[in-house]
Design a binder for this molecule. Structure first.
Ligand code: ARG
Length: 459
């Protein structure tokens, strides 16, 4: 009968229940937030005259001792204590005696866990933002070197129009910037203190919720206690934010996998971030981007898991909610290591710009430029220009020559209105640099975009 809640029970909990019910083996990750929350709560109780100054000192000293015991590895985490909140409180009371028993006045584990988990998630939102920024910086270093490197721009994985490699990378910079904005707005929206909500209905004790909110770095106090102790939107938001970011990481990873193949040969990952085969001695495998792509799946799983846990819960706290933590912890750890390793893989990879450029020589990447030429120079309606260009492409296929390299005489045969200056328009670099509309691939526009991202990152 050593449970803190054992008063109304006459038999001890079975060890099977302990094993099933406990969260202490994973929620102990929140020990910092839990102890800080308790110190803030006790400080407020003392200011309100609910605890004496002496009791407050004992509690804070005791909690500091618990904290160092945890950090030195001395602390004994026991499954029978159920969760970190009770494990810590029990140890505190063992150290300081009766004063420890007063700490839980005007508080419940329901608001306590909401405080701890919310603060943890908010802190992680900000830490992930910093890691995304480091990744973006590394992408910018590569992009800076390749604002003139031609690469086939694709749709449907088919050659479409020539672009430059920095512009291609700029698409990912845009995605990662939006990811950062999502993490930031979640942190801002959810920075609201649950402390003082107690079990569900508030407390008759004269608490000062504003004071604990301020001590814990929250922006404000939650409005409705019933909602606050059962709300896990903040956890769902970080799972969604990580999922979306991992989806972006996964798309880039997919490209890195393709680009590492002999068929593309656009990049070669460094030896440090590649692996070999146990049977085929020649292999150099892009395990890093493959695993990044794969890990995206487990993060989605956690998002779907928690959405499902929450969907049928009546107000307010239900034990189901304890299932909120492991998926979030796992997703955060996955995000952290993924960002770090992707950054390193990008930093150390070789960009084979010559292969990117030679890949542009097939697939008639400048066909749209011929159509644009017919519109601009010959005043031909676009639809008709499209048709004429299609004929030119068919001729190229027949001659097995790319449109950009086709002998002018064939073009003249197809439409007499075409002049020799067309050959300049069909040049691949010309085609890339012709796309000067805002947000376009022309090197001048790409440079503008890189400057925009550098400004954003404060670089
Ligand atoms: N370990 C619990 C959790 O993670 C803490 C809250 C428990 N509250 C309760 N009334 N059983 O959700």
């Amino acid at each position: 009968m050593d449970k803190m809640w054992s008063g109304r029970f006459s038999a001890s909990a079975s060890s099977l229940l302990d094993e099933f019910n406990a969260s202490i083996m994973y929620d102990r990750k929140l020990y910092r937030e839990d102890i800080e929350g308790s110190v803030a709560h006790a400080t407020m109780l003392a200011k309100q005259g609910i605890l004496t100054g002496d009791e407050l000192t004992q509690i804070t000293d005791g909690l500091n001792q618990v904290r160092s015991e945890i950090e030195s590895g001395e602390f004994e985490w026991k499954i029978s204590d159920e969760d970190l909140h009770m494990g810590i409180e029990k140890r505190l009371t063992a150290i300081i005696g009766d004063a420890g028993k007063k700490l839980h006045t005007a508080r419940s584990r329901n608001d306590q866990v909401a405080v701890d988990f919310r603060r943890y998630v908010i802190r992680k939102n900000s830490e992930i933002v910093e890691a995304v920024k480091l990744l973006m910086n590394e992408i910018i270093v590569v992009a800076d070197r390749h604002t003139e490197t031609l690469i086939p721009g694709m749709t449907h994985l088919q050659h479409a129009q020539p672009i430059n490699f920095a512009f291609h990378l700029g698409a990912y910079l845009s995605m990662f910037k939006r990811d950062i904005e999502r993490f930031e707005s979640s942190a801002e929206r959810n920075n609201i203190s649950p402390l003082g909500c107690a079990a569900l209905a508030g407390t008759p004790h004269n608490v000062d919720r504003g004071m604990t909110a301020e001590l814990l770095g929250f922006d404000s106090v939650s409005v409705n206690c019933l909602d606050t102790v059962s709300d896990r939107d903040f956890a769902l938001e970080i799972l969604f934010n990580i999922s979306t970011m991992m989806m972006h990481i996964s798309r880039l990873s997919e490209e890195l996998v393709m680009w590492s193949s002999y068929e593309f040969g656009f990049v070669e990952l460094s030896d440090e971030y590649s692996t070999g085969s146990s049977i085929m001695p020649q292999k150099k495998n892009p395990d890093v981007p493959e695993l990044l792509r794969g890990k995206t799946g487990r993060v989605y799983g956690s998002l779907m898991g928690l959405l499902t846990v929450m969907k049928g819960l009546p107000l307010a706290y239900n034990k189901d909610t304890q299932e909120d933590k492991e998926g979030v912890f796992d997703s955060i750890e996955t995000a952290e290591i993924s960002l770090e390793i992707l950054k390193e893989a990008i930093k150390t990879m070789e960009v084979k710009d010559y292969n990117m450029e030679s890949a542009c020589a097939i697939g008639h990447l400048s066909a749209t430029d011929l159509a644009d030429y017919l519109v601009e120079k010959c005043d031909i309606p676009f639809r008709e220009a499209h048709f004429i260009t299609g004929r030119a492409v068919a001729k190229g296929e027949e001659l097995k020559v790319d449109l950009s390299k086709m002998d002018f005489k064939y073009l003249k045969e197809i439409d007499a209105r075409i002049d020799e200056d067309v050959m300049e328009y069909l040049g691949l670099r010309h085609s890339m640099n012709a796309r000067t509309s805002e947000g376009g691939t022309a090197t001048t526009r790409t440079l503008e975009q890189l400057k925009y991202f550098k400004n954003y990152l404060g670089a």
